[in-house]
Design a protein. Structure first.
Length: 422
């Protein structure tokens, strides 16, 4: 272990378990869990060096506290007065303007967070939600028909998992057909900065900014058009939403659009892929679900989300010194929550290594650990998972997933490709 000076100037040793290297994040979830299990049992809050895969390496970055137990993840998530998001939610720190442009109210604290979230929530009217759910069901049916037409051996990610989220997003906000493929590519690029295959030799920051600018341009054009000619879509609702006389500025609409395009696309897509592989590996669970799909898919979806844990890490920054898990965390030090570890916590989940579609209660942290930043689109994600698996198991009841290839990285639990047979 190497000694590293904390912000107070005192020497502090880094933990012997490596959570920061590219090598660690290139292993499988099961291999990473072996490290998490030791930390949960022995050192639930531990000090680690800065991550290797930084977009903007900072020589002054001293490292971060890793929070691995579910109870501590929930405590950090819900104590929004101490654990702030305004300095960013990734391992590394980005300039404030880049944060606001890419993460919207995800990287904000009250009162600004409260105002923006209220305005965005005002656009998610019951009518909008019903319209979204109708389009999700229709899209899911078409996508599985297209997968069937592509034939056995087709790539499940390309032909199914990635299709429903981008079509749902496009329908929600009114992205024109001509931009949908480019939009899907841009949202992928914004979360694949640590993956050498995705970067193809390019600078990660350049890729991030280029794709973010593209999404901002699409959002700006859509917002301007919907102000003039409102339609029956989420962008029309967003530009016209009003709370206490406030409206969203164009920059706020664009920033939320970036957040929405990443959050709505990647999380559901990855959960769909991981869940398909799990249903292949646990045939007894698939049979149980098929016996009474309509009444069992609710608990099954929660287990899909726990099993996949599509977002693996989020950070907070404490405003004051704080005691957590037997450690004194100093104001300004980074605190990173490891959601896969929380979702495999044996203090909370009986046999977490087994897919159990009847698991109830299932207090997973797949949508975060509660608090102000609980996932605004949780109901949309659940609706997509219900719809896509309803269609897959109805149209292709014998579908099997092959071996997936994964995208290396410390943020999204991403499947790059995975063949399927039926």
């Amino acid at each position: 272990m190497t000694a590293m000076t904390g912000t107070s100037g005192t020497a502090r040793a880094y933990d012997a378990i490596d959570l920061s290297s590219r090598a660690f994040w290139s292993t499988t979830a099961a291999e990473r869990e072996r490290s998490f299990a030791v930390l949960r049992a022995e050192r639930p809050v531990s000090w680690h060096p800065r991550v290797e895969d930084a977009v903007m390496p900072d020589p002054d970055d001293r490292g971060y506290w890793a929070v691995t137990r579910r109870s501590d993840i929930v405590a950090v998530s819900r104590n929004n007065e101490v654990f702030l998001s305004g300095k960013g939610v990734m391992f590394e720190s980005f300039p404030e303007e880049l944060l606001e442009a890419s993460q919207s109210f995800l990287a904000m604290d009250p009162p600004r967070h409260t105002k923006l979230r209220k305005l965005v929530s005002a656009a998610f009217t019951p009518r909008q939600v019903r319209r979204i759910e109708d389009s999700i069901r229709a899209n899911a049916k078409t996508i599985v028909e297209e997968l069937r037409a592509a034939g056995s051996g087709a790539d499940f990610v390309d032909h199914c998992a990635k299709e429903l989220p981008i079509r749902t997003l496009s329908d929600m906000v009114g992205i024109p057909e001509s931009e949908r493929e480019h939009m899907a590519h841009a949202t992928d690029a914004m979360v694949s900065w640590a993956d050498p295959a995705s970067l193809d030799g390019r600078n990660p920051l350049e890729v991030l900014v280029e794709n973010q600018l593209y999404v901002h341009q699409v959002a700006g054009a859509l917002a301007a058009e919907r102000r003039e000619h409102p339609g029956d879509d989420l962008i029309s609702s967003l530009v016209n939403a009003e709370v206490d006389g406030d409206r969203l500025a164009d920059a706020d609409v664009a920033a939320f659009f970036v957040l929405l395009s990443v959050a709505a696309n990647d999380t559901t897509r990855q959960t769909t892929s991981h869940a398909m592989k799990a249903l292949t590996d646990f045939p007894g669970e698939r049979a149980w679900l098929l016996e009474d799909f309509d009444n069992r898919i609710g608990t099954a979806v929660e287990e899909f989300i726990r099993w996949a844990t599509p977002v693996m890490t989020f950070r907070r920054t404490p405003a004051t010194d704080f005691e957590l898990g037997g450690q004194t965390i100093l104001a300004g030090e980074k605190v990173v929550m490891f959601y896969p570890s929380g979702n495999w916590d044996t203090e909370v989940f009986d046999h977490p290594e087994r897919l159990d579609l009847s698991r109830s209660p299932n207090p997973h942290v797949g949508f975060g650990g509660g608090g102000l930043h609980f996932c605004l689109g949780a109901h949309v994600a659940r609706a997509q998972l219900r719809a896509i698996f309803g269609e897959l198991l109805r149209q292709l009841p014998d579908i099997q997933a092959g071996d997936p290839t994964y995208v290396a990285g410390n943020f999204i639990h991403a499947v790059h490709s995975m063949p399927c047979t039926f």
